[in-house]
Write a new protein. Structure first.
Length: 430
């Protein structure tokens, strides 16, 4: 990105006063010598040019001699500012923290190795509170900062949908590692990218795991009442009907960040004979649902969406988390060298294994690095560079964008809680 110091303009009235004095002197001197008069005129012209800050040798460039402006320009060119946005407060704050931690680890590694073509990565943080209205307010503040090259986030699909029209006004690149909503890449935002598999793939795998792999036949759906949750609910209902000829025995919603008591929904499921509970939401609700599933005696098998693939699920639910299956975009148990190095470095720095939010944020920072090295040094150029980057080998797998900024070939992993921790689960029947 280019940064230019403010131009300083001379005062026109003071110039006129100086010209009058000079002309008076010139008339007197002309009586003595024509050549001396010409010399004074030339000197006067040079003084005027100097007063206005210009010189023949710097035409089209910022005026020289301004130390503070030169320093500002140098500082601006020596940094790549990325805005990391997500919920930093509220029920989803741990997800926001994981995202920030993953981005921070990547930025520190890159900067320690000399930066990106000598430029250091600088992260700033925005709290959208997982609220679409707050996301819009935050986006309006972000777009007026010309130093911000790209946005990493938002975490919630609804927040991204609310903010994207604002970012589009300034061609701000927005890269999300968590937006799974099916239709978000069909909205036509050329500045938007995501590096995670869609809800269609995530929820289909979740449903197949419950029905085809584990053999349950009386599913109940408990979903958060957001774009994210409702989208997954609609997909689950469709897959159950079209692929298995099953209608859910229960279909209930809850308000995330508000509801804490799920006893009414679970009691209905128990009365309907539900044997498996598809939880379509995030980890705080998932953990409380697991505790109440046990406390109320439903004891249905729980299979969750990727929003629950957070160590906090286990910490909050305690022993009631045992046996839960989760979808995820990153398995910290992946034995490959790149993945194990990332997991170890994250664990050493933060004292816990990374969830998919951290892993995706880590990949996004390295994606921006790769695109910047391929000419993406402005917002518009970064968008082009991301589209033309080709296959990128990240810790979350191969990332390659289609014309919509989507990753149609991204894979989904599965984990199960065993012995108080997530372990890899590989299905055998699909």
């Amino acid at each position: 990105m280019a940064y230019f110091p403010s131009k300083k303009y001379c005062n026109s009235s003071s110039i006129k006063e100086k010209n009058v004095l000079r002309k008076g002197k010139e008339l007197i001197l002309m009586k003595k010598s024509r050549f001396l008069s010409i010399g004074i005129l030339l000197l006067s012209l040079m003084l005027i040019l100097t007063a206005c800050g210009g010189s023949p040798s710097t035409e089209g460039q910022p005026a020289g001699g301004n130390d503070s402006s030169d320093a500002e320009q140098k500082t601006a060119s020596d940094k790549i500012k990325i805005m990391v946005v997500g919920p930093m407060t509220g029920d989803s704050a741990n997800i926001g923290a994981h995202q920030l931690n993953g981005a921070t680890l990547a930025a520190e590694e890159i900067n320690a190795a000399g930066g990106v073509n000598g430029a250091m990565i600088e992260l700033e943080v925005g709290d959208d509170q997982a609220n679409p209205n707050q996301a819009s307010i935050l986006a309006e503040k972000i777009i007026v900062d010309d130093e911000i090259l790209a946005v990493l986030g938002h975490i919630n699909t609804g927040c991204s949908l609310s903010a994207l029209p604002i970012y589009e006004k300034v061609n701000m690149p927005v890269i999300s590692g968590t937006n799974t909503g099916d239709t978000i890449c069909d909205e036509g935002y050329g500045n938007y990218f995501r590096i995670i598999a869609s809800d269609s793939l995530n929820t289909k795998q979740q449903t197949y795991l419950a029905i085809k792999e584990l053999g349950y036949s009386k599913p109940a759906l408990l979903w958060e009442n957001t774009d994210y949750g409702k989208g997954m609910r609609d997909i689950a209902v469709k897959v159950l009907k079209e692929d298995f000829g099953i209608t859910p025995v229960g279909d209930e919603s809850y308000i995330p960040g508000v509801d804490r008591d799920y006893s009414a929904q679970i009691t209905k499921f128990k009365g309907a004979g539900a044997d498996v509970l598809l939880v379509l939401g995030e980890y705080t609700a998932g953990a409380l649902i697991a505790k109440q599933n046990a406390a109320l005696g439903l004891n249905a098998q729980i299979v969750t969406s990727n929003g629950c693939s957070n160590p906090q699920l286990i910490e909050i639910a305690g022993e009631d988390a045992e046996g839960i299956y989760v979808m995820t975009g990153y398995d910290p148990n992946d034995p490959r060298e790149k993945q194990q190095t990332f997991t170890k470095n994250f664990l050493d720095k933060y004292g816990e294994e990374p969830g998919e939010w951290a892993a995706h944020a880590y990949d996004i920072v390295y994606l921006i690095k790769a695109a910047y090295e391929n000419g993406g040094t402005t917002r518009e150029a970064l968008i082009d560079a991301l589209h033309n980057l080709g296959a990128f080998d990240g810790v979350t797998g191969t990332i390659e964008f289609d014309e919509r900024g989507d990753v149609p070939n991204k894979m989904v992993s599965m984990m199960k809680v065993e012995g108080g921790k997530f372990v890899t689960y590989i299905p055998e029947k699909f």
